[in-house]
Design a binder for this molecule. Structure first.
Ligand code: PXG
Length: 460
């Protein structure tokens, strides 16, 4: 497969200009500049091409977002039509517009019936900022203004803005720019690393009960919400034990603490359910959405509220002191509508649940369960992680697991596969439109990268 790409510069020129003008995300700038960034120029389906014409299978849907793959004409047409008809309007000063209304009608037809309202943003980070302010406002209206502490989890990720960084549990991010008051964290439900002698079930309950301990320590009257990803994405695609979420929900209800699910990665079909909380079987009060809402074709995020919360805000709340110029942008809304219709009407989400998801999960387990470098395979639908381990039986991880996984990721790129590493885990989340043949290619190339890494370690 080849692609028509039209770079106007050589790869080296692009890399030099990139180094001259950009601060890249989450890496050492100097080290990158010495090597030069990979310049991606074209996408079609699950395929990407760099400026030298090399093809890559995108195993990560961009950054977990291109659910429909690249190059969809219907999304392109929806954006073009909307740009021509009404390129911009907003929900300020007693106005609104058709596309955002139609988007909400569609979105709430896909969500469980106890959700009713949305506040749209341009990103997941912004949506979590809105979350923090909205849940605090909710408790203010109910006469409990002191109920404002947000509890997140260590190694959780909720974005890179100030509030979402505080909510997240990435210590190295807290160190850059300072922490905010009224945020607290509990441990993550990472059984492979922290399960000790417990069964998965016991560990899931133990990890969940850290929330109860934290609420009691802070005083339930001071805690506004517990916020977590149904499964951790950026933190390593970590699936909690089956016992975890029901216990978290029980604790939140017992202490009247709101339960907020960050569905930025898990939402819109990734696990085979429309939303990841449905996969795990719990009922959050709010959902943070982004990424798959538009398949990443245009920036859009949002905060979804339960009817119960929305009623308080609408009926008793008076002025809601928040607004973003581009919240509910008509072009983003038009793209989101086309995207959600495709996910629904082409049966893509149900195919992930009934066909491609089980196919990928079985293939990964068949391929890697007995691999000398792999200690565990986790995932559901079209999201999965391989846990590297020095000793599978004792769940002993390599001391330099981050370096090993990075090596594997680099071999993956060499093999023509975009795959992501986090700590000692290899993560994949291909587009939801992936065919069996593309999933075969994904696993085949992953196997080659893992084998090359294992050979370096003398394990093969
Ligand atoms: N919540 C979650 C759960 C996320 O994964 C955000 C919020 C922030 O969304 P925005 O749109 O502001 O980026 C995210 C973003 C990775 C990776 O490599 C993950 C994200 C972003 C970039 C890279 O895992 N998640």
């Amino acid at each position: 497969m080849t692609a028509q790409i039209t770079p106007t510069r050589s790869t080296q020129d692009y890399q030099a200009l990139d180094a001259a003008h950009h601060i890249h995300a989450f890496l050492d700038q100097k080290a990158l500049n010495e090597k030069g960034a990979l310049v991606i120029a074209k996408g079609q389906g699950l395929n990407l091409w760099d400026t030298d014409g090399k093809r890559y299978l995108d195993g990560m849907s961009g950054l977990w977002c291109t659910a429909l793959g690249y190059g969809r004409e219907d999304l392109n047409a929806a954006a073009s039509r909307q740009l021509a008809e009404l390129a911009y309007y907003n929900l300020f000063f007693h106005t609104t517009h058709p596309r955002v209304i139609e988007l909400s009608e569609l979105l709430f037809s896909l969500l469980p019936a106890h959700y009713s309202h949305a506040i749209y943003t341009n990103s997941g980070s912004e949506a979590n900022e809105v979350l923090i302010r909205t849940v605090r406002r909710y408790w203010q209206i109910l006469g409990q203004p002191q109920k404002k502490i947000m509890i997140g989890r260590w190694n959780g990720y909720h974005g890179s803005t100030l509030g979402s960084t505080a909510l997240g549990g990435m210590g190295f991010m807290h160190e850059m720019g300072g922490m905010l008051p009224d945020f607290a964290h509990i441990g993550e439900p990472y059984y492979f690393a922290e399960g000790g002698d417990l069964s998965e079930e016991e560990f899931g309950l133990k990890a969940a009960r850290e929330l109860e301990t934290k609420i009691l320590e802070l005083g339930a009257e001071n805690v506004a919400a517990f916020v977590a990803e149904p499964f951790q994405g950026a933190g390593g695609m970590i699936f909690p034990p089956a016992s975890y979420w029901a216990e978290i929900q029980r604790i939140c209800r017992k202490y009247d603490v709101l339960l907020s699910a960050d569905e930025v990665i898990g939402g819109f079909g990734r696990t085979g359910e429309w939303f990841a909380h449905q996969h795990f079987g719990f009922e959050p009060d709010t959902l943070t959405i982004a990424k798959g809402l538009t398949s990443g074709y245009i920036p859009m995020g949002g905060l979804v509220l339960s009817k119960r919360m929305a009623e308080v805000l609408v009926q008793q709340g008076g002025v809601f002191a928040h607004g973003l110029t581009y919240g509910g942008h008509p072009v983003a809304a038009a793209v989101a509508i086309a995207n959600l219709k495709a996910l629904r009407d082409e049966g893509i989400v149900s195919r992930v649940k009934n066909d491609t998801g089980p196919y990928l999960q079985k293939l990964l387990r068949d391929t890697f369960s007995d691999h000398p470098l792999v200690g565990d395979v986790q995932g559901a639908g079209l999201v999965a992680a391989l846990q590297f381990a020095e000793d599978k039986a004792t769940r002993k991880r390599f001391a330099n697991e981050g370096d090993i996984a990075w090596t594997c990721r680099t071999y993956g790129f060499d093999e023509g596969l975009i795959i992501r590493s986090t700590q000692g885990r290899m993560i994949m989340a291909p587009a939801l439109v992936a065919s069996h043949a593309e999933l075969d290619e994904l696993v085949d190339k992953t196997k080659r990268a893992v084998d090359r890494t294992a050979r370096d370690l003398g394990l093969l």
